[in-house]
Design a binder for this molecule. Sequence first.
Ligand code: AMP
Ligand code: ZN
Length: 468
Amino acid sequence: MDIFLYNTLARKKEKFKPINDGAVGIYVCGPTVYNYAHIGNMRTYIFEDTLRRIFKYLGYKINYVMNVTDVGHLVSDADDGDDKMEMSAQKEGKSASEIAEFYSKAFFRDFSDLNCIMPDIISKATEHIPDMIKLIERIEKNGFTYKISDGIYFDASKFKNYGQLAGKKHMNGIKAGARVEFNSEKKNPSDFALWKLSPKDKKRQMEWSSPWGKGFPGWHIECSAMSMKYLGETFDIHCGGIDHVAVHHTNEIAQAEAATGKSFVNYWLHAEFLVGCENDKMAKSAGNFITVNTLREKNIDPLSYRYFCYSAQYKKQLEFSWEALKASEKTLINLRESISRIKKEIAFDETKKPNKEAPYYERFLKAISDNLNIPQALSVLWEVFRDNSILPQEKLSFIYDADKIFGLDLFKECSPIILEDEIMEKIRERENARKMKDFKKSDEIRQELLERGIALEDTPSCTQWKKL
Ligand code: AMP
Ligand code: ZN
């Protein structure tokens, strides 16, 4: 079964050819753990997880690596400004490692609540400083670096194919970069720091000795060093959000290839942004954003958000709205409820395999292998679900199998039918009261709903309800 992926480097869809037959190495840029991840970030992680699930479904052996940036990501892409981690530590009155631990934990909770499969390797930047130093030494030995007062820099003009990943967009990036103030000692606006020296007038919490002096690594070198350590000097797939094309990934390529003389990554995949109501980038640094925790507080199953993400293919921007998310929630709950009903009616046997000869199965495979056309794959699922000519056992076998890719927990038991908005709001309010151990309020709401003909039942994992 061939998989076609849009490769940013080639600017077209290409048939995927693994380096080693039947195996795939995937590196995804992970979170900078100075704050919570927002649902825009999570759209990218869901896309990457779906990619992983497709390879798994098709029988590939996977090595999935994700970094955690816990040092070196500066506020400005021009290598100026503070380190996001140190800034956050100062703001919250904690140590940088406390900040990293707290936000990493929060991130992986969101990640798993969205049914993203844990990476095979999670690599923390601070645990790989010697690897980064070694890589910078190789780049230096090959003549691509120079030293200025605040660090060791990569000379982009010496790297022949610099900016190839971003193409024209990158040229705009350079012009934009040239307009803003940039370190005047740099030779070219696109040169970037490999190793930053600790400032003389300020004590940093995180700094390490190096052949160039005490300091810390640049953000880009972290990803090159860690990806090559775990996946080899040339590996299959590197993913990230579209914002990383012009600078972060462009620089990852330059430094990796300058060190090894080999091609770094065969397929570059980039997810488009989730945009807010103003069609603006949902920026973590703006401070005002929606997180998975916001969803949990509203008692919205994070998987409703995963379902919502499937309304657009990953190469298209997706506009967030609460109405659209609520509609996804409703659809998902109703689908689970129907599945649960049919399952009981027919005593569903989940060990039975779906009919792989069926035409809809072929259409499903075609959609998932066509650059992750998940909206199309989901429409095949609905088609099967609504088709009365397909036997219920076969229908559920197909959906059970397909959910290995969607990751929507479609066979989850707690899936009562969705009621009117106002009633759902009451149920959520009661759930919150229960969480806060406000049992008086929780009992009052239960009684009120009972009088309106809705009975609630609390199970260990969730609250179920039915109309009397
Ligand atoms: P960060 O923690 O800021 O480095 O971002 C983590 C991941 O989320 C990266 O792959 C970014 O490219 C991606 N990302 C950032 N903002 C958005 C957004 N609004 N929509 C989708 N992905 C995003
Ligand atoms: Zn990265």
